[in-house]
Design a protein around this ligand. Structure first.
Ligand code: NDP
Length: 413
């Protein structure tokens, strides 16, 4: 018997919930809790409407509030809490897990609301506390971070004695037919993309202007796409866990239209994450106004398309993988491992587009690894610190099959 509590009812959580329901041999008791209970209830209704049968409980919780979380955890008593809310809530949920004796998993590193800063230090600082409590915390178990780290661990285990160069390449060659939309939470997405680039070379981190380094890379079944060097959180843990790595970079594709809109958003000040004063009409209908504080990026999120609604008209596919250079038995080797995921197939199965799908499926598999006792040890861990093999096996079974290319041209010097 297993008892899992998932927090969040957005795009990624929807996919994870569908996948949990499809694997009831492992997941026997399941609760979905989020800021608004009606969203959890709608998700359960959608799951049942697709013909799946499972008794799923729902609850309302503000995951910014440790006391509310503790009350919920103490009443439901989950073995594992899957955090699929926002990165802002990572630490409050970890605190509540420690207080209530629950294990923890997420898909994105903690970010303070008032600072777009991406690093694991805040969560790694919990290592000793989780160790002492005999609890396990699994960090970053989506696709990237997540599968990108597991692909690297698999390459290190089976194909390399030393990994020297790691390039994580993330292409979304889909089209949602909207002028501008983000594929996951717009606030989190725009914060990530507008930050400075960062890559690793010979023990140093090199900072670059946002999206200033780019080159066309060729993706399987897709062709060449302009790919932009960005900072991405898993680079931090991977260079630490694989000290032979001399160079590590992360590349993501963007279309020209997306970048033009992003430029406008920034120039207009709509990507700001600090509070501004806004003269807003009073809700009493008097026609009077009052000064309120708003964060422009949060306001922008409210008017942009909801990533959860993009799936129906989304065509094309994603392709995410690792291009690796290094040595095996004294010889130079290149290796490319990737998954391609079609947006329409993801939508037909779960009602969500491919980006939510490629994140929600690994989140379910990570939870499965924990519940089966395969990925379970006291402390705070990044995914590459566990055995990749059983996870890789599940990727093939759960809708994200992977492919390997040996000794091909990696295109990146
Ligand atoms: P969504 O905005 O669609 O979903 C977030 C959910 O969390 C919503 O249901 C939201 O409620 C809920 N929520 C937000 N704040 C709170 C709170 N204080 N208390 C309780 N619930 C709250 O985001 P996504 O599904 O797109 O993304 C989910 C997570 O996945 C994010 O952390 C994101 O960074 C991560 N991610 C990771 C990827 C990877 O590959 N590793 C890729 C893509 C995303 P409401 O619906 O009411 O707003």
């Amino acid at each position: 018997m297993s008892r899992v509590l998932m927090i969040g009812a957005g795009g990624v959580a929807t996919v994870a919930a569908f996948k949990i329901v499809q694997n009831q041999d492992v997941f026997t008791e399941f609760m979905i809790a989020s800021r608004r209970k009606e969203k959890c209830d709608k998700l359960v209704k959608d799951i049942h409407a697709k013909g799946y049968k499972m008794d799923i409980q729902t609850a309302e919780v503000d995951a910014d509030d440790v006391e509310q979380l503790k009350a919920l955890f103490n009443s439901y008593k989950p073995e594992l809490v899957i955090n699929l809310a926002l990165p802002y809530q990572d630490l409050t949920i970890m605190d509540a897990c420690l207080a209530c004796g629950c294990n923890y998993m997420d898909t994105a590193n903690y970010e303070p609301k008032d600072e777009a800063h991406f690093e694991y230090s805040w969560q790694w600082a919990y290592k000793e506390k989780f160790e002492q409590a005999g609890l396990c915390a699994i960090l970053g178990c989506g696709f990237d971070p997540g599968v990108s780290g597991i692909f690297t661990a698999y390459a290190a285990k089976h194909h390399f004695d030393e990994i020297e160069v790691l390039d994580i390449v993330d292409c979304n060659a889909g089209n949602h037919h909207k002028a501008f939309a983000t594929n996951f939470n717009p606030e989190i997405n725009i914060r990530e993309i507008t930050q400075k680039g960062l890559w690793y070379k010979d023990g140093e981190w090199i900072e670059t202007d946002p999206l200033s380094i780019h080159k066309p890379l060729t993706y399987p079944n897709i062709g060449p796409r302009e790919s932009y060097l960005m900072h991405h959180e898993e680079l931090e843990s991977l260079v630490k866990n694989y000290p032979t790595i001399k160079e590590a970079r992360f590349w993501m594709t963007f279309g020209q239209q997306y970048l033009t809109y992003l430029d406008c958003i920034q120039n207009l000040g709509m990507s700001r994450i600090d509070e501004i004063e806004y003269e807003a009409p009073l809700a009493d209908g008097s026609g009077k106004t009052a000064k309120v504080k708003i964060v422009p990026l949060q306001f922008l999120k409210a008017v942009l398309p909801n990533p959860q609604d993009l799936g129906e008209n989304y065509d094309g596919e994603t392709s995410i993988g690792c291009r690796i250079r290094g040595k095996k038995d004294g010889k130079e080797r290149t290796y490319y491992i990737y998954n391609n995921c079609k947006h329409q197939e993801a939508y037909n199965e779960t009602g969500m587009q491919g980006v939510s799908y490629t994140t929600g499926v690994p989140a379910m598999i990570g939870a499965m690894m924990f519940l089966k006792g395969i990925w379970k040890k006291p402390g705070v861990w990044n995914v590459e610190e566990f055995d990749p093999d059983p996870f890789m096996e599940q990727l093939n079974k759960q809708g994200l099959p992977w492919h390997e290319v040996f000794d091909g041209d990696l295109e990146i010097d």
